[in-house]
Design a protein around this ligand. Sequence first.
Ligand code: MIC
Ligand code: SF4
Length: 640
Amino acid sequence: MGMTIAQKILSAHLVDGEMVVGQEIGLKIDQTLTQDATGTMAYLQFEAMGVDQVKTERSVAYIDHNTLQSGFENADDHKYIGSVAKKHGIYYSKAGNGICHQVHLERFGAPGKTLIGSDSHTPTGGGIGMLAFGAGGLDVAVAMGGGAYYIPTPKMVRVNLVGKLSPWVAAKDVILDVLRQMTVKGGVGKIVEYAGEGVRTLSVPERATITNMGAELGATTSIFPSDEVTKAFLEAQGRGDVWVELSSDADAQYDEEYTVDLTALAPLAAMPHMPDNVKAVDEIGEIKVNQCCIGSCTNSSYYDMMKVAAILKGKTVHPDVSLTISPGSKQVFDMLAKNGALSDIIAAGARILECACGPCIGMGQSPESGGVSLRTFNRNFEGRSGTQDAQIYLVSPEVAAASALTGVLTDPRTLGDAPEIVMPEHFDINDNLIVKPAADPSAVDVVRGPNIKPFPLGQALEAAYTGKVVLKTEDNITTDHILPAGAKLLPYRSNVPYYSNYCFINVDPAFPARCKEQNGGVIVGGANYGQGSSREHAALVPLYLGVKAVLCKSFARIHKANLVNSGIIPLTFADPADYDAVNLLDEISLPNVLEEIKNGSQVTVKCGGKTFMADCDVSTRQRGALIAGGTLNFAKQQAK
Ligand code: MIC
Ligand code: SF4
């Protein structure tokens, strides 16, 4: 039987297990990346593993999230990451060099290779035919040490792209349409492959916008074929030698198929507060806009910025709108400066931010109270912008720039002729913000600031567990709900004890205190619990607060893996109706949990006067980790 592109890369990297849908497989990882908000933990875990030099082909540590240095904390983390990178064979991309996914695509990614990154948008690499996964920091640490990365064998989804995008319609509209069709839960356990005649009409940055936001589908990853367009992009980056052709076999089998008619597509927007709450811009109408933010790992390429500059050229931003621009990388920024496009953007009245995540993660630029903000980003979860009642819409750079000029949500097709952007034959290459690892690692001292606290470790599982239900949530709880980010809290990513005071703060402010009073307990959730980011703090902090299990209707993939890594038991209701029988502060017990987890059977739950069963759908390897109280404990046991 023929294979899909993903299946070809998976089988070429298979080191453990069998590729049977749902069964766990272990993959050899060629490259890793970290960013600074998850990187400190990942490197502390890497150090705890005692590996001297990374065993990957390339590992890169980026500084792009915590770039607002309003105290010593972030700068100390940068210093720690820089020194640990230098010592252990990791390339270090300094603050100012750009957003990890954009820079990695430009300077390191390669078709046919595997990449894991401690950031959920790592699948951006799928834009050049790389099999790239978002993962928890510990998984990245293990891969840096040469260990396999484990995933349940995914189902295959094919998205057929038909026709060609019309003027003013963008790659962002393609992925918003896919989100409208598949929803934020629709991709869980699946790899999304793009195919069809429309593929060759899309440039690499457009493809990368689409694979980037595949994270919002909950997909394991997304991937495009590697073709002549990919080759031209890599050659323009001076890296034509890493190109290989990749396509699916004609008789490859897919579990699901969707179609996007590029020609018929219109400008779209994801309305507050979910990326799949998608409507056509002309259907939403001319709502008044307070802020437009252009950038993020979804839409900050040279191609995007050139479109924006052309729209703004010779015009002025509406008096009631604040427009921010964050180019995705130093390469993009520098090229805009050299060709004059930056001047067009500045002259129109945009506020230029450094090339980093910035407003996307609430690192500044929170909108005014109740403000409407149009963003070219990938997530519009409630409160993520830093303003709890802000109304965030996700749109293309074209819609954001057009609306910044008019002051209302604007269909750019009303602006006349669309700008034609030609991809450069040569990008400007200057890797002077990438620090190479030390030639003599023994001469490097790792620098640890006072905010860097040890990470919590789980306890071995006991025969039975009894505790209280410390929280009951609805469906679609994001990791931003579990642990908010933003400028005020991100500096505490390396300080779990402090960060724990903010766990679920926007869902139930009493949660941290309740956990302390009850000595931890069990969290009960709805469907798609833990969607969104890869931040393993969303597991490590509950672990610190004594949470022993999360019982919900279903999990998002990365969060579930992070829970297991931390030693928190992920349970799903065998009968979702039992969700209704469980209430906050009920006593909950798992009377045979150790035996049941050991034997791979369902877990008995007693709660609210009822006894019911829960599934613990994990692999044999993960059962070992749960019994040991987390993956690090398990690895140490096995090493004995
Ligand atoms: C995000 O977009 O939510 C982040 C911040 O990039 C996260 C990682 C983190 O929480 O540090 C992600 O997407 O994984
Ligand atoms: Fe950074 Fe936003 Fe991309 Fe996350 S989604 S990596 S915060 S730009």
